[in-house]
Write a protein that binds this ligand. Structure first.
Ligand code: HEC
Ligand code: HEC
Ligand code: HEC
Ligand code: HEC
Ligand code: HEC
Ligand code: HEC
Ligand code: HEC
Ligand code: HEC
Ligand code: HEC
Ligand code: HEC
Length: 318
């Protein structure tokens, strides 16, 4: 019984491969452009699922507009001219751009033929992702995206955690930004395509951290009360940045603190050591009346209330 079935199957495929049935495609082959573009409708016969779902894809626009040249239209806009593929009745090696056979850098190049102009991807080649061979199709799925927005291969946080499992643990800590709960996304603070820095060197911002207004930290998009400018800036906030005192993802300490207590945070700089600060003799040490053994003085921000900057007091007392 099994043998008979097997025979039938083999006979079937052999019959198919011996007569490559040029019939249905002879017409399309004859009408191909000089470069070998045959149009999208012929792809339907053998790739019905992909073809039928394509109407939901943003790339469908290139077909609908009817104005794009063949090399920028539909299936062949990504996979290249299809004539040889039709003549051979299919096969992975007969289509110019089969992504399953392409190296990450080649896939990147292919997508950038159209997406290269986009500002957010101007620096993608120098991004940590491209440098580590993470290409467009590691994160985007053209034909099988479960999330319609941006054709992501998975829902965003799940996508990022797949390769950054340590970050998931950070977002589960007692004090955290609520990314796992769905109130925020990684892309509120990161641009996975790389973030250019608006400096004269046209460099990249480290860790692909996005910016709010010109070169500001992304934190200020939401925590606008910390933006200033203040009459009295705290150099630690303005110059060193939010991450000097806060972890961005999560922390075992309250308020995303890097240290368990407030005074440990402050004394890292306000200890008189080093040769920096206003007078070159170290960052100002708290005045002698501060008795650090007394619990009253240990929570510095009960008095230095406007620690992120103040418009009224140079010591941030109000
Ligand atoms: C925007 C570029 C793009 C367009 C347009 C496009 N494809 Fe693809 N195609 C890909 C990528 C990338 C893959 C690799 C799998 C993936 O990442 O989803 C792929 C995979 C495939 C595969 C392999 C099977 C699979 O599911 O992996 C077939 C067959 C295919 N495409 C046919 C088509 C057809 C037919 C059309 C037109 C209806 C089309 N493609 C339009 C980019 C594109
Ligand atoms: C006669 C049937 C037939 C037609 C028509 C056809 N294909 Fe294919 N295609 C195949 C077969 C068979 C394969 C090989 C599948 C395999 O080996 O897994 C294939 C493979 C592919 C792949 C390779 C995907 C990969 O990365 O592995 C792409 C891309 C593709 N086809 C695109 C197209 C496009 C675009 C068109 C329309 C211009 C088209 N095909 C028309 C039969 C066809
Ligand atoms: C590390 C993962 C990752 C890689 C690699 C990646 N993307 Fe994205 N891309 C994303 C995410 C996440 C979004 C969604 C942003 C959102 O939802 O706000 C996105 C959004 C987009 C968008 C739509 C929104 C926009 O920013 O314009 C386009 C177009 C896009 N990506 C194209 C590409 C191309 C082309 C490549 C390769 C050259 C690429 N992406 C590489 C993760 C990635
Ligand atoms: C032939 C040109 C062309 C190529 C090649 C191309 N794209 Fe696109 N892509 C477009 C156009 C046009 C749009 C629709 C833009 C719009 O919505 O106005 C688009 C839209 C997208 C979007 C959705 C943006 C959104 O807002 O949801 C993503 C993601 C994307 N492309 C990723 C890719 C990836 C990944 C590749 C490589 C596998 C690729 N594209 C190759 C032309 C192209
Ligand atoms: C396919 C695996 C993969 C996916 C998916 C992925 N990444 Fe990455 N990511 C990497 C690799 C590899 C690096 C470079 C090596 C490293 O620094 O860990 C990297 C680097 C980074 C960095 C810079 C780290 C540094 O030290 O400079 C950030 C930030 C980042 N990814 C965020 C994201 C975000 C946000 C997403 C989801 C939109 C994402 N990644 C999706 C693999 C991935
Ligand atoms: C509230 C803003 C914010 C959000 C949301 C955020 N990040 Fe970050 N992330 C940062 C900042 C800022 C840094 C740089 C920290 C530094 O350099 O000290 C960073 C660093 C990183 C790094 C490199 C350092 C490390 O810890 O490995 C990776 C990888 C990363 N983030 C991935 C992610 C992923 C994945 C998500 C979503 C699940 C995410 N981030 C969400 C702000 C954020
Ligand atoms: C997309 C908006 C958004 C961005 C961007 C953002 N935050 Fe937040 N942040 C919030 C919200 C909302 C809360 C309220 C706490 C919650 O979600 O439970 C919060 C809470 C905090 C807290 C207090 C946590 C506590 O336990 O009381 C600190 C500290 C903080 N953020 C620092 C930062 C820093 C530093 C950055 C930049 C690396 C940043 N935030 C970026 C929205 C944002
Ligand atoms: C010098 C250390 C330091 C720096 C740098 C710093 N913070 Fe804070 N931050 C604190 C302290 C201390 C508290 C607790 C204040 C309190 O208990 O009254 C705090 C509390 C917060 C809170 C929660 C309570 C509130 O006031 O809303 C947010 C949100 C916050 N910081 C955001 C930021 C942002 C955004 C930046 C960067 C612009 C930043 N912080 C830079 C020390 C710092
Ligand atoms: C990253 C280093 C750093 C950290 C951490 C830091 N500061 Fe500062 N702080 C400075 C610098 C630099 C100045 C500017 C004055 C100077 O040069 O001595 C300053 C100024 C001050 C001033 C005003 C001093 C004056 O002479 O007007 C006060 C008050 C102050 N900080 C309190 C704190 C408190 C409270 C904390 C902890 C929540 C803290 N600082 C954390 C670096 C830091
Ligand atoms: C009980 C209230 C209180 C607490 C708690 C407190 N301070 Fe102060 N601090 C002050 C006052 C008031 C001044 C202003 C003294 C003056 O004007 O001469 C001051 C001044 C300072 C100065 C500036 C000194 C100078 O000579 O210009 C620094 C730095 C400082 N405090 C740091 C700290 C740090 C760090 C902590 C936590 C370990 C802390 N303070 C806790 C009330 C407090």
């Amino acid at each position: 019984m099994v043998q008979i079935l097997l025979y039938l199957v083999l006979a079937g495929t052999r019959a198919f491969s011996q007569t490559p049935s040029p019939g249905p495609f002879a017409d399309a082959i004859a009408k191909a452009s000089p470069e070998g573009y045959v149009g999208n409708s012929v792809c339907r016969a053998c790739h019905p699922n992909i073809y039928q779902n394509f109407f939901r894809n943003p790339h469908q626009k290139s077909i609908l507009s009817g104005k794009e040249p063949p090399e920028k239209t539909g299936c062949e806009g990504c996979h290249g001219p299809g004539r040889k593929h039709l003549e051979a009745s299919g096969g992975k090696t007969t289509i110019p751009f089969a992504f399953s056979l392409m190296k990450p850098a080649e896939a990147l190049d292919r997508c950038l033929t159209c997406h290269g102009k986009d500002f957010t991807r101007a620096d993608i080649r120098r991004s940590s992702h491209s440098q580590s061979d993470v290409a467009c199709n590691n994160c985007h799925s053209i034909h099988n995206s479960p999330v319609p927005k941006s054709l992501l291969a998975r829902q965003q946080t799940a996508l990022c955690y797949q390769c950054h499992p340590g970050v998931r643990a950070q977002f589960s800590m007692p004090s955290r930004h609520r990314v796992n709960e769905g109130f925020m996304n990684c892309t509120d603070c990161h641009n996975p395509h790389g973030t250019p820095a608006p400096t004269w060197r046209a460099g990249l911002r480290p860790r692909m951290v996005t910016q709010a207004l010109a070169n500001e930290e992304p934190c200020l998009k939401c925590h606008t009360d910390k933006r200033g400018p203040f009459a009295f800036e705290h150099a630690a906030v303005r110059v060193d940045g939010c991450e000097t005192c806060h972890f961005p993802h999560g922390s075992p300490n309250p308020k995303l603190f890097r240290r368990a207590t407030t005074f440990a945070l402050c004394l890292e700089c306000h200890n008189g050591a080093g040769n920096f600060g206003r007078n070159g003799d170290g960052v100002t040490v708290q005045a002698p009346f501060h008795d650090l053994r007394s619990p009253r003085f240990q929570n510095c921000t009960t008095c230095h209330f406007r620690i992120h900057g103040s418009n009224a007091d140079s010591r941030f007392l109000r």
